[in-house]
Design a protein around this ligand. Sequence first.
Ligand SMILES: *Cc1c(COP(=O)(O)O)cnc(C)c1O
Length: 354
Amino acid sequence: MRPLLARISPAALAHNLGVARSHAGAARLWAVVKANAYGHGLARAARALAAADGYAVLTLKEAATLRDLGVRQPILLLEGYFDAAEIPACYELRLTPVVHHAEQLDMLEHSARLGALNLYLKFDSGMNRLGFALGEMEGIVARAQTLARGGTLTLMTHFATADEAAGVAWQLAPFLERARRYRLPLSLANSAALLRYPDSRADWARPGIMLYGASPFVDTGAAALGLCPAMTLTSEIIAVQDVAPGEGVGYGLAWRAAQAARVGIVACGYADGYPRHAPNGTPVLVAGRRTALVGRVSMDMLAVDLSNLSEACVGSPVTLWGEGLPVEEVAAAAGTISYELLCALAPRVRVAEG
Ligand SMILES: *Cc1c(COP(=O)(O)O)cnc(C)c1O
């Protein structure tokens, strides 16, 4: 059997939810499980995160899957319904759609209303992606109050720089200044804000990446935040090559041996979700020791330098990321973020729980 395996730890997921809880104070937690729970498997993650107060997803399909699994907590639909045809399912599945533009309110106004509907009203406090302008709050709240027919309204915003030096204050202050007038529940914080800015916890926080055991920050690792990696991508060395000085390895011979080198070929490639643009030097663990990616990542394989790992041989265990090698470190080397690597785990990769 091909040795590539993604090991997903339900215990780590549950532990990380506990860490989120410890930062949340009295706030309730949406466990953000969009994108197949950041690659961890929606059903598996939902089970492991059963202590969450609710789940946040992107699509009706994900929401329906959660209800089929017996989930009873509230489910937040992060971008709401995309067209009017999705509105009846929001009632049937007891979802809480996010409403972020006026057309969505129009759709609701013109649809058959089947009772109370809890709504999240999303306001744009500076990210300029989704949400009503802050100045529209009064009119939008009034309109939504009618359309919700007794359902709860929650005011929401999203931070653009919670993980960076700029922080959240520049968005938080103008948002709160207006939102506080309505005495409605508020939902603001993603993982980075929840971890770093207690002022932003509000009533419902929306942690995602931290539940999977990765740090949202470039300057602080997951371990320092008390988080445990929930996904460890492991494989084995399937071949060893002795490479003479001046010879190259892989497509384009994009890495050349300066002196005689031993190179291990690992069963993992870009068709498994490993980033093809990861450069020479990207960290990889072989038999628990850190070494470096060499040459271009192929579809099904990649190469690592074994020159200083004389004991490594065919069958030696390899960790691409996870326990012992934080995914955010691999991501940084490849010029991306942990989120992208986790979400990109390909369906062909075998998964084991434990
Ligand atoms: C994905 C998402 C989150 C979770 O963000 P993390 O950085 O993974 O914690 C929170 N809120 C919204 C609106 C999102 O789309």
